[in-house]
Design a protein around this ligand. Structure first.
Ligand SMILES: Nc1nc2c(ncn2[C@@H]2O[C@H](COP(=O)(O)OP(=O)(O)O)[C@@H](O)[C@H]2O)c(=O)[nH]1
Ligand SMILES: [Mg+2]
Ligand SMILES: [Zn+2]
Length: 299
């Protein structure tokens, strides 16, 4: 077929509606999958498609590119990054919750970034606390950004960081996910409402929208997990594989759970202060274990 196919991305998926965004035109068309496509593919937000513009409003989808991943909650394909939003104060930081999110998204094969929001609200103690946790997570190997959705501080840096990626937001309620989405996209959303309902498990058939922002970047209007427990997803023996800082050490036994085994290099690293006690305590709590030596090593 000697036809030039145009590339687009599905940014809206609800009921029968498929919205295809054509970057070169900065415009969204109503996508109509051709019969052969319909037979082969279920189409999700985030799908990269190829096809033809039929008229001013219609795009015939001829191909769906193979997806690199498919997140079920929310249903989005080709997710490049999960933006995990947290606050230090208002509401108070819950490191165990963050650690669970980091572990589960890593298990699902998704890249993450930790974004501390509401830095405009921090008092002196809060600032120190932020500094402390920022170091803990950077040392563990994570990317950490600090923003205020209200003052706009750090929002440009976040936009740059997310350039060219399909993202979704995650994190507990009240930390400012909807506000960050608005700050990034300039959109005042009715979707805050939709999101909260989805978080409570209602409106499960509500569609997903990806909102274009910056250069080739998209962000989902429906958040991912607000909280999660690692063991709901991951066998206990595998949780250790999703603490990136543990992977830097080679214990005597390759299946070492870093509890009471002989020759555990993670324990040695803890003693030397190379691994954060807070992170290790989260690990124990996640796998529901306790070690007698914890008090000596981590006070
Ligand atoms: N001071 C301040 N308040 C914020 C900031 N971001 C969000 N908020 C407020 O925090 C509350 C919860 O924000 P929202 O975006 O609904 O959080 P979500 O539940 O995570 O979507 C709202 O009252 C926001 O106005 C921020 O950076 N600074
Ligand atoms: Mg919200
Ligand atoms: Zn070990």
């Amino acid at each position: 077929m000697a036809r030039n196919l145009i590339e687009g991305i599905v940014i809206e998926r609800s009921g029968q509606k498929i919205g295809v965004y054509i970057p070169q035109e900065g415009k969204t068309y109503r996508g109509i999958p051709l019969g052969k496509v319909r037979k082969k593919n279920k189409i999700y937000a985030g799908d990269y498609v190829k096809g033809r513009i039929v008229d001013a409003n219609t795009f015939a989808i001829e191909e769906v590119k193979e997806r690199k991943n498919l997140l079920v909650r929310p249903p989005v394909a080709n997710v490049d990054r999960v933006v995990i939003v947290q606050t230090i104060q208002h509401p108070p930081f819950q490191n165990f919750l963050l650690d669970n999110l980091l572990v589960v998204y890593d298990y699902l094969g998704l890249d993450t970034v930790i974004v501390f929001n509401k830095i405009d609200l921090l008092d002196e103690e809060g600032k120190k606390e932020l500094q402390y946790w920022e170091k803990v997570y950077k040392d563990a190997g994570y990317d950490v950004l600090k923003v205020s959705a209200h003052t706009g501080e750090g929002i440009e840096a976040l936009k740059d960081y997310l350039k060219g990626q399909i993202c979704i937001l995650a994190g507990p309620s009240g930390v400012g996910k909807s506000s960050i989405l608005s700050a990034l996209t300039g959109l005042q959303l009715r979707t805050g409402e939709v999101s909260e309902k989805t978080e409570r498990g209602r409106h499960t058939t509500t569609g997903v929208q990806l909102i274009p922002f910056g250069e080739g970047s998209f962000i989902g209007d429906t958040p991912g997990f607000s909280k999660v427990e690692a063991l709901q997803f991951i066998p206990k023996e595998e949780v250790r594989l999703h603490f990136p800082e543990f992977l830097r050490y080679k214990c005597k036994f390759s299946n070492c759970m870093h509890l009471n085994e002989e020759g555990c290099e993670v324990k040695e690293a803890l003693k030397r202060g190379e691994i954060s006690c807070d992170r290790y305590k989260s690990y124990l709590k996640m796998i529901k274990e306790y070690v007698e030596w914890l008090k000596e090593v981590c006070n």
